[in-house]
Design a protein around this ligand. Structure first.
Ligand code: G
Ligand code: G
Ligand code: MN
Ligand code: NA
Length: 248
């Protein structure tokens, strides 16, 4: 069977699972939300990383069905927990094709209503790649923002697009890519990214925080939030709720 049909079967069979990686305040260590991350469990029990199947989903036109499944599972998993914690949010990764789908905003709105949640409890992550053609994204992003969702720019600093989209589009937050957090020789560049975000009044999440040194440096330089193995890996629903309840 071809990889396409394997993926189609996995989506139809709802065999893609969602893990949640906490996003925390760097100054207090307390949880502010989580990112939903797809995991494809194979028949031998191992997980296939999204890097292996999201590109296939994009090329083969399955991405929006995958995103829809992730959104449905995220609400099934964490709807009750989000209802108990109105200040917490979940961020969902969207790809360029997702932005033209009328299905996704309707799905999010109906699930928010079902669980009596605020739109601010769902944030949307877009990679800089989605900003290569800002005009085609602008309408969808505006609609999501008007509906009350925050827009995050994912993998910030690794894209190929001009940064002018930051002026033109209403973005709320940038996620500084892990490569900047990893590499000490990029410190100079990283402090400029932080300065630019501040000038544009954007909040910042640092990705891939693995050490207390990184946490301390980022916090001292004004980065508000972090995500990474220093705090927690992405966790399945039960383990995530457990972690979150201990870090509220
Ligand atoms: O899960 P992992 O840590 O390996 O994530 C790798 C990348 O795959 C993430 O940075 C994210 O951009 C992408 N990714 C993870 N989950 C999803 C998802 O549910 N949908 C989409 N479109 N991309 C995802
Ligand atoms: O594409 P996106 O950056 O949204 O997803 C985050 C990715 O980075 C996930 O695949 C996640 O498993 C991975 N990740 C998150 N935190 C860490 C970390 O501290 N160290 C490493 N090596 N990878 C991480
Ligand atoms: Mn992401
Ligand atoms: Na990222």
């Amino acid at each position: 069977q071809s990889p396409y049909y394997n993926l189609l079967d996995a989506i139809n069979g709802r065999m893609i699972e969602v893990y949640y990686q906490p996003i925390v305040s760097l100054s207090t260590g307390k949880i502010v939300g989580a990112e939903a991350l797809a995991r494809w469990r194979q028949s031998d029990g191992t997980f296939l990383s999204p890097d292996m199947f999201v590109p296939l989903a994009e090329e083969s036109g399955l991405i929006t069905r995958l995103t829809q499944l992730i959104i449905e599972k995220a609400f099934d998993d964490l709807g009750p927990w989000l209802n108990c914690h109105p200040e917490q949010h979940i961020s969902i990764n969207l790809y360029p094709d997702d932005l033209t789908s009328p299905v996704l905003p309707a799905l999010i709105a109906s699930r928010l209503q079902q669980w009596n949640l605020s739109p601010s409890q769902i944030a949307l992550e877009l990679t800089e790649r989605s900003m290569v053609d800002p005009k085609s994204s602008a309408q969808a992003l505006d609609a999501y923002r008007k509906a009350g969702h925050a827009i995050y720019i994912d993998d910030f600093g690794t894209g190929y697009s001009s940064l002018s989209y930051l002026q033109d589009l209403d973005v709320d937050l940038i996620k500084i890519d892990k490569s900047f957090v990893d590499a000490l020789e990029f410190k100079h560049l990283t402090s400029h990214i932080i300065g630019m975000a501040k000038a544009l009044d954007l909040a910042i999440v640092a990705e891939g925080v693995e050490t207390d040194y990184q946490r301390e440096w980022l916090n001292r330089h004004g980065v508000q939030y972090g995500q990474g193995w220093f705090y927690s890996k992405a966790l399945p629903k039960g383990d995530f709720i457990n972690w979150a309840e201990n870090n509220l």
